[in-house]
Design a protein around this ligand. Structure first.
Ligand code: CMP
Length: 143
């Protein structure tokens, strides 16, 4: 069973889209195993986005992700990384397929509403950055 880290970014929180976004993953049939409404510290933001250090969008990205609360989550299911990335859509909203979260609700790459892990390695790293293992709730999903 695969797990992934998803985070509604400050723009999604400010626009009141937490429920809409969570609902899409629930309706897909994926399993929520952890969630946290929180502020991201500068240090956590730097660690989370370490792979982008040096890129032109890195400083504004850090400013943005620390600008207000986020809704951090862990979801689980078969192929959950590929499935959630398909539901989220491409990073640039102009390229996101109709019906995806970013196509439906986002305009700008810098304000693209949600982060989703792009590989099993990054999922494990990001889950461990934002959550302690004891915060992940183990339960049977019957349907
Ligand atoms: P995210 O999935 O959180 O990963 C890195 C973020 O940087 C990305 O979503 C965008 O919000 C932001 N970003 C801004 N410009 C770019 C870019 N040119 N390429 C990739 N990500 C970008």
């Amino acid at each position: 069973m695969e797990q992934t880290f998803l985070m509604v970014k400050p723009d999604g929180v400010q626009r009141g889209l937490i429920g809409e976004i969570v609902s899409r993953f629930e309706k897909k049939g994926l399993q929520l195993v952890a969630a946290k409404f929180m502020l991201v510290s500068r240090e956590l933001a730097e660690r989370h986005y370490a792979e982008h250090e040096g890129k032109p969008f890195y400083p504004p990205l850090l400013d943005f992700i620390t600008s207000g609360p986020v809704f951090a989550m862990v979801w689980q299911g078969d192929h959950v990384i590929a499935l959630t990335r398909a539901l989220i859509g491409k990073t640039d909203a102009r390229d996101a397929a109709p019906g995806t979260i970013r196509s439906d609700f986002a305009v700008h790459t810098n304000f693209n509403l949600i982060h989703g892990s792009d590989s099993p390695e990054n999922a494990e790293r990001e889950i461990n950055l934002f959550f302690e293992q004891k915060e992940l709730v183990a339960y049977e999903k019957s349907i």
